[in-house]
Design a protein around this ligand. Structure first.
Ligand code: FES
Ligand code: FES
Length: 162
């Protein structure tokens, strides 16, 4: 089947998609957006997190046919139009929170979603929001630092009172 949808604001179409194919596979293998990672492909790790109509989802659990006519935003879509890093991406770099390429993309999308909903989350809120994004190899302190930094910058940019 052919699936057409919007990816990071651009119309895309994928042909010869079979019924069991995941959105993650379509993004990585058919659309040329490999930022979302296929770490577990079972909905356990969050590495494949993308926005679907503005809501973060595990793209490995979304059937490709479900995205027909809908809007997808991937980690690539967090960058600016000229390719400069977005606020959350830059904060992860500056806080030293960019770990491996598997967990980082999902953490970035989930953090972006968290701060869109609440620019000043508490540490408990951050831990809860990122609880579905697993890293198997290190601690989460740098990630916490990065989210706090992104929050502070976002509040500064948007004039949110402390
Ligand atoms: S690859 Fe989708 S949740 Fe792990
Ligand atoms: S899974 Fe990415 S650094 Fe651990």
């Amino acid at each position: 089947m052919r699936v057409t949808f919007s990816a990071n604001g651009k119309p895309v179409e994928a042909d010869d998609v079979w019924e069991g194919e995941s959105l993650l596979y379509v993004l990585r293998e058919r659309v040329g957006l490999p930022g979302s990672k296929n770490a577990c492909e079972q909905g356990e790790c969050g590495s494949c997190t993308v926005y679907l109509d503005g809501v973060p989802v595990c793209s490995c659990l979304v059937a490709a046919g479900q995205v027909q006519g809908r809007e997808v935003r991937t980690v690539e879509g967090l960058a600016g139009q000229d390719g400069e890093l977005g606020l959350v991406q830059q904060a992860f770099v500056d806080a030293g929170a960019v770990q491996c390429g598997f967990c980082t993309p999902g953490l970035l999308v989930q953090t972006d979603a968290l701060l869109a909903a609440d620019p000043q989350p508490s540490d408990t809120d951050i831990r809860e929001a990122l609880s579905g994004n697993l890293c198997r190899c290190t601690g989460y302190e740098k990630i916490m630092d990065a989210v706090r930094l992104a929050s502070a910058r976002k509040c500064s940019v948007e004039g949110v009172a402390k």
